[in-house]
Write a protein that binds this ligand. Structure first.
Ligand code: FRU
Length: 494
C-alpha cells in the first residue's frame, strides 16, 4: 500500500471489516506479538491517553490508527483493568467523527467528576488548504462506558501569540480548582506550555505560560504532564527540536522531565527547577503520561515507539506498544521509576540464578520464550556484560554492559535481530550514581525489553525484533565477582 494523505484520512466507515480481520490475523500470528504489553488491535498505536481510576477500575486509552502502520486519522481506544496488569479491550471511545475532530481525536487526559469520567482531548482539523486547526474538546464517559462528546469546543483557539500547534491537554485537580496544561508553540515557533484553570471543567480561564526553564524548548512541546511527589512538582514533557547543548539526547525527539522544589499557581511556575533529564535512557520511549492516582501513587505509562522512524513490524501491518505501568517516586531529588508491584501477579515459574562471573560467555538460562522477568544483582567488583535475546553462539543479542565502578551502563542493540532507527545510534549510555552492587530488573516481552537499573534510578527501554523466536539465550560475561538473581516466566495476558 502506498499511504498517500487521502488514504490516511479516509473515513473509518469506508474501510471493510474483512480488511481489518486480515490485519488482526497477521498480528495474531506475529512472532513479535507481545504477551503482556498493550499493543494495537490492528494498525498503529501511539500515545497513552486518559490514564485514570474511575468507578473502581483503572482506565487507559491510547491513540489508534486501525488501518495500517502509519499515522493516519487518530481515535482513542479504551482499555480497562482491575490490577494495572490484566487489561481488557473495551472499544473505540472517541472517533474522529465531528466537525471539530475530523482529522484526528488527538491526545488528552481523563479525570473522574460527578459520577462520570471526564475526557479532555485535542480535536485536529485540517482546512481545505490543509492548514491545521486545534480545538480543545470534552466528553463524558458513564459507568456503562458510553462516551458522549460535548458538542462545542471548550477552548476554540490558542491565545494570541500562539499557533495551532496546540494540543495534548492534561487536566488535574489543584487545590480548589481544576488545572490544565497544553503543549503549545509561540508565533516565533518556540515550544511552550500553557496553563488554564476551571471550576467546572467546562469554562477555562488562561493563567499563562508555565515557567519551568529559562532555556528555549525547541519548536514545540508535546504531551505535558505535571505530577506531585510529596508536594514537589515533577514535570514530564516532550520538547521537539530541543538544542542538544541544553540537554543531550539521541532519540529523534526526547521525553524529558524537570523536578522543582514547589509549584506556585499564582505565577504558574515550577520553583527552582532542575535541569532537563531524559526520562528513559533507552531508544523508544515517548509521550509518557503520568497522574497522581487516588491510592497515593504517582503512576506513568509510555508509548514505546517514536514518530518518524520505521519499525520492522511495519511489514506485518502493525506498529508499537505501551510500556508496563511504572510507579514514580523521589529520593534525594532524583526521580525513580519502577514497575508497579502488581506486575508480580504475572509471575509463574521461578528459577534462582547464582554463581561466579566468568571470562567466557556463560549461559545463565535459555527460557522457552522471551516472556520473562529477570532480577540480577552483581557484586561491587564485577565489570562485564549481560546479553539477552541471544542466539546459541551469542553472536546475535542485546548487550547491556557495565564497568566495575558501576557509574555508567550501556545498552547496545546494534547486533540484535533486524536493525532499525540506526541513524539515531544503536548504543545508549546512562550515567549512574557510583554504588557497590549493580542491580538490573528486566522485563522481556518478545519484541520489547525494559531494564530498570539500580532500583529505578535509570530505565532503558528498547524494541527488539529478533529473526528467530527461539533466540532466548541469557548470557553473562565478565571479571571477578558473583552474581545473584531470580528469573520468572510470565503469564500471557493478551
Ligand atoms: C505525540 C503526538 C501528540 C498528538 C498525538 C497524535 O506523539 O504527536 O502531540 O496529540 O501524537 O496522535
Amino acid at each position: 500500500t502506498e499511504w498517500t494523505t487521502p488514504l490516511r484520512y479516509k473515513p473509518y466507515h469506508q474501510w471493510s471489516a474483512a480488511y481489518q480481520e486480515i490485519l488482526a490475523a497477521k498480528l495474531q500470528k506475529s512472532d513479535w506479538k507481545q504477551a503482556f504489553h498493550i499493543q494495537p488491535k490492528t494498525g498503529l498505536l501511539n500515545d497513552p491517553n486518559g490514564f485514570s481510576f474511575y468507578n473502581g477500575k483503572w482506565h487507559l486509552f491510547y491513540q489508534a490508527y486501525p488501518f495500517g502502520p502509519v499515522h493516519g486519522v487518530k481515535s482513542w481506544y479504551h482499555m480497562v483493568s482491575d490490577n494495572l496488569v490484566d487489561w481488557k479491550q473495551d472499544d473505540y471511545a472517541l472517533l474522529p467523527d465531528s466537525a471539530y475532530d475530523s482529522h484526528g481525536a488527538y491526545s488528552g487526559s481523563a479525570i473522574p467528576a460527578e459520577d462520570k469520567l471526564f475526557l479532555m482531548y485535542t480535536g485536529n482539523v485540517r482546512s481545505a488548504n490543509w492548514e491545521r486547526l486545534s480545538y480543545q474538546l470534552g466528553a463524558w464517559m458513564n459507568s456503562e462506558m458510553q462516551v458522549e462528546k460535548i458538542e462545542n469546543p471548550l477552548i476554540t483557539s490558542p491565545p494570541s501569540g500562539y499557533t495551532h500547534e496546540f494540543r495534548d491537554p492534561q487536566v488535574f485537580r489543584y487545590q480548589d480548582h481544576y488545572m490544565m496544561l497544553i503543549g503549545a508553540q509561540t508565533e516565533e515557533e518556540k515550544g511552550a506550555v500553557l496553563a488554564y484553570q476551571s471550576k467546572n471543567l467546562i469554562d477555562w480561564e488562561l493563567l499563562g505560560e508555565l515557567d519551568y526553564t529559562t532555556e528555549e524548548m525547541g519548536f514545540m512541546v508535546e504531551c505535558p504532564n505535571l505530577v506531585f511527589l510529596h508536594n514537589q512538582p515533577v514535570f514530564l514533557f516532550c520538547p521537539q527540536g530541543l538544542d542538544k547543548n541544553i540537554s543531550s539526547y539521541e532519540n529523534i525527539y526526547p521525553n524529558m522531565y524537570v523536578i522543582g522544589s514547589s509549584f506556585d499557581k499564582e505565577t504558574v511556575s515550577i520553583e527552582n527547577p532542575s535541569g532537563l533529564v531524559n526520562l528513559d535512557e533507552g531508544f523508544d520511549v515517548y509521550a509518557t503520561q503520568a497522574f497522581n492516582a487516588p491510592d497515593g501513587r504517582a503512576l506513568s505509562v509510555s508509548w514505546v515507539g517514536l514518530p518518524e522512524i520505521d519499525y520492522p513490524s511495519f511489514t506485518e501491518g502493525w506498529a508499537h506498544c505501551l510500556s508496563i505501568v511504572k510507579e514514580l517516586t523521589m529520593k534525594e531529588q532524583h526521580l525513580y521509576q519502577n514497575p508497579v508491584a502488581e506486575m508480580q501477579e504475572l509471575r509463574q515459574n521461578h528459577k534462582v540464578l547464582q554463581g561466579v562471573v566468568q571470562e567466557e560467555d556463560k549461559l545463565l538460562h535459555t527460557p522457552e520464550k522471551n516472556v520473562y522477568e529477570l532480577k540480577l544483582e552483581l557484586d561491587a567488583s564485577v565489570s562485564g556484560a549481560l546479553y539477552l535475546f541471544a542466539d546459541k553462539q551469542n553472536k546475535d543479542s542485546l548487550k547491556i554492559s557495565f564497568d566495575a565502578k558501576h557509574d555508567t551502563i550501556s545498552m547496545d542493540r546494534s547486533k540484535v535481530g533486524i536493525s532499525f532507527g540506526e541513524s539515531y545510534g544503536s548504543i545508549r549510555t546512562a550515567a549512574l550514581k557510583s554504588q557497590d552492587k549493580l542491580t538490573l530488573h528486566i522485563f522481556a516481552d518478545r519484541s520489547v525489553c525494559e531494564v530498570f537499573v539500580n532500583d529505578g534510578y535509570r530505565v532503558m527501554t528498547s524494541r527488539i525484533f529478533v529473526k528467530n523466536p527461539q533466540q532466548t539465550g541469557i548470557f553473562l560475561q565478565g571479571f571477578t565477582g558473583n552474581y545473584n538473581g531470580d528469573f520468572w516466566t510470565l503469564r500471557e495476558v493478551n
